[in-house]
Design a protein around this ligand. Sequence first.
Ligand code: FES
Length: 156
Amino acid sequence: MTVPDNDLRDLYQDLILDHGKHPRNFRVLPAANHEALGHNPLCGDKITLYVTTDDHGVIQDVGFQGSGCAISVASASMMTEMLKGKTAEEASRLFDYLHNACTGQPTDATGLDEDALDHIQALSGVRAYPIRVKCATLAWHTLQAALKDKKKVSTE
Ligand code: FES
C-alpha cells in the first residue's frame, strides 16, 4: 500500500517530536573511549557526545548530554539509536547521506541500513529551512570529531 505524502509528512513530524520530547540515550557513558563537544555558534547550543567502541572500531554505545532545539535533540537521539553496531566508516556514510538529504544532493545509499535511512529521511525536511541544517547535523559533526579524537567541533 502506498502511504499518501501528507501522511508521511505527519509521520516524520511525529517521529521528530517524539525524539525531541523524549530523547533516547540522554546520558553520560562512564566507559566511553571517545568524547567530543559540539557547538552551533549561530544559536549557542552545545552537546557533548560519548561513544564506546570495541577493539575493532565497532560502535557499542552512544550517549549525549546538553541543550538544543527540538531538531538538534531529535537528531542526536535518533543518531544514538542508529549507530550501535556500526563502524566509523558506516557512520561516516550515514552522515554524508544525512548532509546530502538536508541540502538536496543525491547520495548513493547502497548497503546502508534501511531503518537508519528512514530516520534520516525524517530529518531531511529541514532542507526547506537552510538555517536548520546545522541543527540536524550538530550531533553528527560531533560524532565525527569524537571518532577522530578531536575534543571540540563547531558547525561553522
Ligand atoms: Fe541551536 Fe537548532 S537552534 S541547534
